[in-house]
Design a protein around this ligand. Sequence first.
Ligand SMILES: Nc1ncnc2c1ncn2[C@@H]1O[C@H](COP(=O)(O)OP(=O)(O)OP(=O)(O)O)[C@@H](O)[C@H]1O
Ligand SMILES: O=C(O)[C@H](O)COP(=O)(O)O
Length: 411
Amino acid sequence: MSINIPKLPTIRDLDIREKKVLVRIDINSPIDPETGEILDDRRISVHGKYIKEMMKDYNPALVLISHQGRPGEGDFTSLEKHAELLSKYTGVTVKFVDDIIGPKAREEIRNLKPSEILLLENLRLLSEEIIEASPEKQALTMLVKKLSSNVDVYVNDAFATAHRSQPSIVGFPLSLPSCIGPVFEKEIQAITRILNSFESPRIYVLGGSKVRELLRVIENLMRNKLADRILATGLLAHLFLVAKGIDIGVENMKVLEEKGLLPLIPRARYILMRGAPIETPIDFKAKINGEVRNVYVGEIRGVIKDIGNNTVKIYGDLLKDAKVIVMRGPAGVIEEEEFRTGTLNLLESVYKSNAFTLIAGGHLGSMVDENRLNNRIHVSTGGNALLLFLSGEELPALKAMELSSKMFLGW
Ligand SMILES: Nc1ncnc2c1ncn2[C@@H]1O[C@H](COP(=O)(O)OP(=O)(O)OP(=O)(O)O)[C@@H](O)[C@H]1O
Ligand SMILES: O=C(O)[C@H](O)COP(=O)(O)O
C-alpha cells in the first residue's frame, strides 16, 4: 500500500528573492543543565548548511525563529549560543536579539537588509507558543500578528516540530504566503520514498526507549503492509521477548516496570498474534560482577544493556539484502561506551548496504559517522514528529501549509 502525502509549496513556488523572510527552524538541542553548553549541534549544522544555500540562491533578509527546551526544564535556555553556531555553519554573522515581539525585535527586523540574518530569542518564552490550538486561533495570537506585519513571507523549516499545533508552526501559514523550507522538504522526500517503496525487503530496526510510540509505528506498518521485517533492539526487544513468553530475568522486568512499560505487554502480544514480522535478539550484553558478558536468551543474567555478538551478526546479514532500511533509536545504552558496540555495528551494516536508509532519533543520530554518509542515507532531524508521521498521523504543520496554499497560492 502507498501513503498519500499532500503536495506542499516549497521555496521554488514562492518569490523569496531579496524579500524579508520569516523562517521557523528547529535548533532545539540537548543542553548540559549544569553549564548550559550545547551537547550536540547536529540540528544547528543541518539548518546552517541549508540557510547558507538559501542566502546564496535568493539573497533574502532572514528572520529566524526557534524554540529551545520547555519552560521549567533544564534545557530551557536562551538562543544566544545557537546564533554563534549558526554563524559558524552559515559563514554569515547571525545577529541575535534577546526579544521576540517587543519593540527591540521589531526594530531589528525593520532594519534588516538582504544578505543579513537575525535570530530572535527562544519562542517558548512567550506563553502563547506553548498552547496548542487550531491554525485559525493561532493566526490571531500576538506572535503571529506582530511578526507578520514586519515580514513578507513565512517558511516552515521546522520538520522536527511539525507535530505541534503551536502559533509559530500553524498560525503564520494563515497570515502570510507560506511554504516549507529545504530541511522540511528533504525529510518529506525521504519519508515518501520509504513509505511508498515497493522494493523489498524493507527492514525496520527499532530500538531506544520510546516503546509506546514504537508500538504505534509498528501498528501502522502492519496496517499498511510497509515492513517485511522489524528487528527489535533497545527496550522494545525486552518487551517483545516478554510478549513471546521468554524469561528475561527479574532485573530486566524491573527495568520495564520502572519505565512504566509492563502494561504494554498485552498490546505487544496482540501485535505478535496478528503476524507482525518482529525478530528479537538471541543474545545480549550485560554487566555481571563488574564485567561485560555476552548472555543468551534462555539463560539471561544481569541487566541487559546492548544486543549481543550473534544478534549483531544475524541482524547485519539481514540488512545486507535490504532495499529499504529505517533505523530508529539505539540498540543499547550508548551513554556507556562499552554498550555502544551493537549500535555501531548495525550502523556499519547500513554504511555497507545498498539500501535507501532513513536514520532517525537524536541518540542514534549522534552515533552516525558523518564521513560514511552518502546520498542513499538520510539522517532525519525529526524525533517525535517523524514517529507520529510513520504512525500514520496527520501532522498539524502539513495541514496548515495545505490551508495556506489554498488561501495564498490558489492551489
Ligand atoms: N537495553 C536498554 N536498556 C535501557 N535503556 C536503553 C536500552 N537500549 C537503549 N536504551 C536507551 O534509549 C535511549 C534513547 O532512546 P530514544 O527512544 O530517546 O532514542 P532517540 O534516538 O534519542 O530518539 P529521539 O530523538 O526521538 O529522542 C538512550 O538513553 C538509551 O540509553
Ligand atoms: O526535539 C523535538 O522533538 C522537537 O524540537 C519538539 O520539541 P517538543 O517535544 O518540546 O515540542
